[in-house]
Design a protein around this ligand. Structure first.
Ligand code: MG
Length: 414
């Protein structure tokens, strides 16, 4: 079996409302790049990567001379073709490698008539539980819906998500408003859903002292963990010495060198594995095995996903013996998907692991075309800018917070 073509198609899919985070906002939509890898026996494998546009298409086109004629089952060889660690000093292609790995695993599964989780060691569970992943949101300017800024709005949104999808764990993305206000929000959230568990993630923008202060204020809550309260292993290590709850990261342990450093001098208790950031599903499985050996926790991270990437997260979640936390997904904020059958559904806070050959999801060609047209119409958006604060530059640690009394609505949602 040989690779004969690689195609990349940027798409834009609308969100219910703009998602706010510590560095800016998702402007009412996600831009993703859908990757198709075709083989000489007519199999097409699917991959997905965040972001898009000419640079993403060029990145995949630029790898055709490396990969056309390559056997898609030889994934370890492909790792060194695309992302040799010493060559990567000049060109870091980890995320590109991830999308190609997804597609090649999809090809292998289709060729052999087995789901990807069977290739990865076999499923230990047929459903992966998810957390609610709450964001502060601007309103959708088209109908004024979706705003999450006040405590009442946050609690109402959490209750609504729980009743619709059945979540029993709730993640609040912070780092937007002053920490004292976000503390009020988090405590109100925990009070409103007794018996559930909670996690908070300000994306590493607090000072170490602020992280310690916040951590000490929430020790009585049923926390899964506190995620990236401060940026950097040293700050995480100092915080960990002074708060009594696990610390998690998806920012300072995203590769094996950092994982080794964290094992030798522990700063983080729970490693959030992202199939894109780590360069594929298989590196995440390897990292989970290291975490299992050293008794560190793991969970499944979301860097934003349509159904193809979500399938990679489900196959990963299915095979990890040490997955004791629910996974994160932005997925429920999306209004649509590019896979046949539409969005995968949550039941009792979990999503069923696809059981068809390969990744188990099929590209809906009409949707791909529709959302590629929307991408061409709107282009990319600056993920690390806020549409209503054009002069704002967040610092690390940050002190330039948004005002929780500012109820303006940006006109950005498609
Ligand atoms: Mg995070």
């Amino acid at each position: 079996m040989k690779i004969i073509d690689i195609r990349a198609t940027p798409v834009t899919v609308p969100l219910a409302a703009p998602l706010r985070h510590a560095n800016g906002s998702h402007w009412g939509r996600f831009v993703r790049t859908i990757v198709e890898v075709e083989t000489d026996d007519g199999i097409v494998g699917l991959g997905e990567m965040g972001g898009g546009g000419e640079s993403a298409v060029a990145a995949f086109n630029g790898l055709k001379p490396y990969l056309l004629g390559h056997d898609p089952t030889r994934l370890e060889e492909m790792r060194f073709i695309v992302a040799n660690p010493t060559a990567s000093l000049y060109n870091n292609r980890t995320q590109v490698l991830a999308a190609l790995e997804f597609a090649c695993l999809d090809i292998m599964g289709q060729k052999w008539g087995v789901p990807v989780h069977s290739i990865l060691g076999g499923a230990l569970r047929d459903r992966v539980p998810f957390a609610s992943y709450l964001f502060f949101r601007y309103a959708n300017h088209r109908d004024g819906s979706g705003e999450v800024r006040t405590i009442d709005q946050l609690v109402a949104e959490a209750r609504s998500l729980k009743s619709t999808h059945g979540f029993t764990s709730h993640k609040l993305k912070g780092g937007v408003f002053p920490p004292s206000y976000e503390l009020e929000c988090y405590r109100a959230l925990a009070d409103s859903l007794p018996g559930d568990s909670f996690r908070f993630d300000p994306n590493g923008v607090w000072s170490t002292e602020q992280a310690i202060w916040f951590g000490r204020q929430i020790e009585d809550i049923n926390n899964d963990y506190l995620e990236d309260p401060v940026y950097g292993l040293a700050g995480m290590r100092r915080t960990r010495e002074k708060v009594r709850m696990p610390l998690a990261t998806n920012t300072v342990v995203v590769g094996f060198e950092q994982l080794a450093a964290n094992v030798l001098d522990t700063a983080v208790d729970v490693v959030l594995l992202d199939t894109t950031f780590w360069g594929g599903i298989r590196p995440c499985v390897k990292a989970a095995a290291v975490c299992e050996t050293f008794q560190l926790g793991v969970a499944v991270h979301s860097s934003g996903e349509l159904g193809i990437q979500l399938a990679t997260m489900l196959h990963l979640g299915a095979v990890l013996p040490n997955l004791t936390f629910s996974a994160d997904a932005h997925y429920h904020h999306l209004l649509d998907d590019v896979i046949v059958g539409g969005k995968l559904r949550y039941e009792c806070g979990a999503i069923a692991v696809p059981d068809g050959p390969g990744l188990g999801v099929t590209l809906d060609r009409a949707k791909l075309e529709q959302y590629h047209e929307l991408f061409k119409e709107l282009g990319t958006y600056p993920y690390d800018r806020d549409p209503l604060r054009p002069d704002w530059t967040p610092l690390v640690p940050n002190t330039r917070w948004a005002d929780p009394l500012d109820g303006r609505t940006p006109r950005v949602t498609p």
